[in-house]
Design a protein around this ligand. Structure first.
Ligand code: NAG
Ligand code: NAG
Ligand code: NAG
Ligand code: NAG
Ligand code: NAG
Ligand code: NAG
Ligand code: NAG
Ligand code: NAG
Ligand code: NAG
Length: 617
């Protein structure tokens, strides 16, 4: 509880500065819905009318979330002009924002009584809301419970009734105007924000932001879900907005909110989420105790002889076999080279069925728990597992034609000449990824899509394998981890993953774009040219930007695809891959779109004179 007291002490220090400030920072006082402003204007309501003008243009930053993720719904929520909204965010009216994307909202801010406000209205959707949840959750802190209460005191909270919602905004003071400030932008602080980052991103000096909010930069604390004003000399622009990847608060006591003074950040979080955190902690404790009990009970019963670690034990269900190590040894003649197929993969006949056995020294529980829950023709199927003196063995269905990488290199293979297979393989991989991204719960990201991890069965049907890096696609921040940069396969890594370690389905889509290029050009993702390593994706993107693009492209397309119609299809696939390789993750196609484009290309191919393998019809 000491943290609480200390936190309040620091807050007091912040308020001491407010008398020199343009506006004063509210801190966590906006969380208290019972305060009043009878003795003068309070920062816990809205910003005070102290500007040069009684009304002005102002900007808010709103983070999209369904259903407020389109121009129409956000402009309805904030009463902003839809055309202006689309224009300033540089998007079309039909665009859907990805979750947690910052959206610039232009509003008319004007003085009403003692406070500045931008008026909007909100229709109460259900009985489950109160002023606090409307201000904090629906409007993300852009309004406050106190000002809602003040403006709607008589109407009450009836479902379907219209609430007047004043949004927090302000107009520049004379001093700010003299300093070149034209607009003030209301920014809602997120978990990982710092004054430093916010100022830098919106091209404002830290001093002017500190000044605008009465925040002493030497002792600064900002809290999530509170607003700060950012003085701007020009209108904000879409290139300054980002997608936030929110931290789950439970893991946040060690992650910063404001890292101007790292030693202080812990107190900030404690104060902001102290009570919820305590509740969460108790809940987790209860869940842990319960979990332990059930696990012990489970361990005591018939599964006693299982050798796998507990985590695997919990997740394995009846469909997966626990193999006997002796049987694996027998099937592979003590893992002899004769049965070796890859780095640590063996084939062997178990109970009359040819299977692949993969040896792994690291924990396999994640891969096992993922694979036992998914079931799709284009994802490799796991038959079972085995543990023997610290080494794990995963047993999979056997894929006769090995990896796509080998197949692309081994051009003598007869079926290699049948060009239709290229499209089918692409479509198989796309279908597998589409399933993984959209039809599993939770959705998963494979994280290591490459031609090595695509396997081909007897009929050259492709299946995605190696889920050892796969993880759920809940947008969490992996920047904490120092490991990410070394994971994944060279030549396939998306720029945002290399730079920030961001893990989203879009990184798989990027890697799929590279895989498509391999299928079209027959070249590996990384190849040597004039004794230098060249990334296939970079090479193609450079060619596309160059002057002689068309001729060069025709030259780089695999000669096996020659022929008028096939050149046309290959160019269509090339265009598709370029659309998967967009620098911005949100500009890439979705897997659903990829599948639909590929189906169309396949249809065109089937109309061709080419004799088609019967199993594909
Ligand atoms: C909320 O504000 C009221 C009035 O200023 C005050 O009496 C009360 O103690 C505050 N509550 C908390 C939890 O700070
Ligand atoms: C938002 O939409 C509702 C229902 O569609 C409508 O009644 C309301 O007037 C709209 N609000 C604004 C500010 O446009
Ligand atoms: C804001 O004010 C301008 C100029 O007064 C006006 O043209 C515009 O329609 C207003 N916008 C909204 C959303 O009220
Ligand atoms: C708007 O987007 C287009 C492409 O989507 C881009 O070329 C342009 O530079 C963007 N403009 C601004 C101001 O960001
Ligand atoms: C905003 O709402 C307040 C209170 O309902 C009202 O007094 C004020 O005139 C409104 N402002 C504008 C610009 O409509
Ligand atoms: C305020 O809203 C955010 C979401 O915008 C939510 O995560 C947070 O828990 C809310 N705070 C409280 C105290 O309910
Ligand atoms: C404006 O700046 C002057 C000189 O720096 C200062 O004396 C004055 O208090 C400032 N006014 C406000 C409202 O901050
Ligand atoms: C940032 O602001 C300064 C003045 O404060 C201006 O000279 C500069 O051009 C701005 N930079 C950008 C990228 O807007
Ligand atoms: C005005 O600019 C100066 C120098 O950049 C800065 O120190 C001061 O805090 C600014 N004042 C305001 C009101 O932004």
């Amino acid at each position: 509880m000491d943290q609480f007291r200390f936190g309040f002490f620091i807050l007091l220090c912040v308020f001491m500065h407010k008398f020199h400030a343009q506006q004063s920072y509210s801190g966590n006082s906006i969380l208290n819905c019972s305060e009043n402003d009878e003795t003068g204007s309070s920062s816990a309501f809205l910003y005070t009318c102290n500007g040069e003008k009684p009304s002005c243009q102002a900007f808010l930053i709103f983070k999209s979330y369904p259903p407020y993720d389109s121009i129409s719904t956000i402009s309805n929520l904030t009463s902003a002009d839809p055309l202006e909204l689309a224009h300033i965010n540089n998007i079309s009216l039909s665009t859907i924002f990805p979750a947690n994307k910052e959206v610039i909202v232009p509003v008319n801010c004007s003085c009403s009584g003692q406070y500045y406000q931008a008026n909007t209205s909100y229709i109460i959707p259900s009985m489950q809301v109160d002023y606090f949840s409307i201000a904090n959750n629906t409007y993300q802190g852009l309004s406050t419970c106190k000002s809602l209460n003040k403006e709607n005191s008589d109407s009450g909270l009836q479902v379907g009734s219209v609430l007047q919602v004043p949004l927090r905004c302000a107009c520049p003071t004379r001093n700010q105007t003299l300093n070149g400030t034209k607009f003030l932008m209301t920014y809602v602080v997120d978990w990982e924000d710092t004054i430093h980052d916010i100022s830098k991103r919106f091209n404002a000096s830290m001093e002017s932001v500190g000044d605008a909010n009465g925040i002493d930069l030497d002792d600064a604390l900002i809290f999530p879900f509170t607003t700060v004003l950012v003085p701007l000399s020009t209108k904000p622009s879409s290139f300054q907005t980002i997608i936030h990847f929110q931290q789950p608060p439970a893991s946040s006591p060690t992650t910063p909110i404001d890292v101007i003074k790292p030693s202080r950040k812990r107190f900030t979080v404690w104060l902001a989420i102290g009570v919820p955190l305590l509740a969460l902690f108790l809940l987790l404790l209860l869940m842990f105790l319960h979990h332990k009990k059930t696990r012990e009970a489970a361990r005591k019963d018939k599964r006693k002889k299982w050798e796998l670690p507990n985590d695997v034990l919990v997740s394995i269900d009846q469909n997966l076999k626990v193999y006997n190590f002796k049987d694996l040894e027998a099937a592979t003649e003590n893992f002899s080279n004769k049965y070796k197929m890859g780095a640590s993969v063996y084939r062997g006949v178990l109970k009359g069925e040819l299977l692949a056995i993969k040896q792994m020294s690291k924990a396999v529980d994640k891969e096992v728990s993922l694979l036992q829950r998914i079931n799709h023709f284009n994802l490799i199927s796991l038959r079972g597992a085995c543990e023997h003196s610290g080494v794990f063995y995963l047993v999979y269905e056997f894929m006769e034609n090995g990896s796509l990488k080998e197949w692309l290199q081994n051009k003598s293979c007869q079926k290699f000449q049948v060009r239709g297979y290229r499209i089918h393989i692409a479509l198989d991989v796309a279908n597998g990824l589409h399933y993984l991204h959209n039809f599993t719960t939770p959705a998963y990201v494979h994280k290591d899509i490459c031609s090595d991890n695509v396997l081909l069965d007897r009929d050259l049907r492709a299946k995605i394998s190696n889920f050892s890096l796969a993880r759920s696609a809940e947008r969490e921040d992996s920047r904490k981890s120092s490991m990410w940069s070394s994971l994944g396969t060279k030549g396939y890594k998306a720029p945002e993953y290399i730079e920030y370690g961001l893990v989203t389905p879009e990184m798989d889509i990027y890697a799929f774009g590279v895989l498509l290029l391999e299928l079209i050009t027959g070249k590996p993702a990384v190849f040597m040219q004039e004794e230098k390593e060249v990334l296939l994706s970079e090479r193609i993107l450079t060619i596309m930007k160059g002057e002689n693009a068309d001729a060069e492209i025709d030259r780089i397309i695999d000669p096996n695809l020659k022929g008028h119609l096939w050149m046309k299809l290959a160019r269509q696939m090339l265009k598709l891959s370029i659309d998967c390789l967009a620098e911005e993750p949100e500009s890439r196609l979705s897997m659903a779109e990829v599948v639909s484009y590929l189906l169309r290309i396949q249809l065109d191919a089937q109309r061709s004179e080419e004799p088609f393998p019967s199993e594909w019809r």
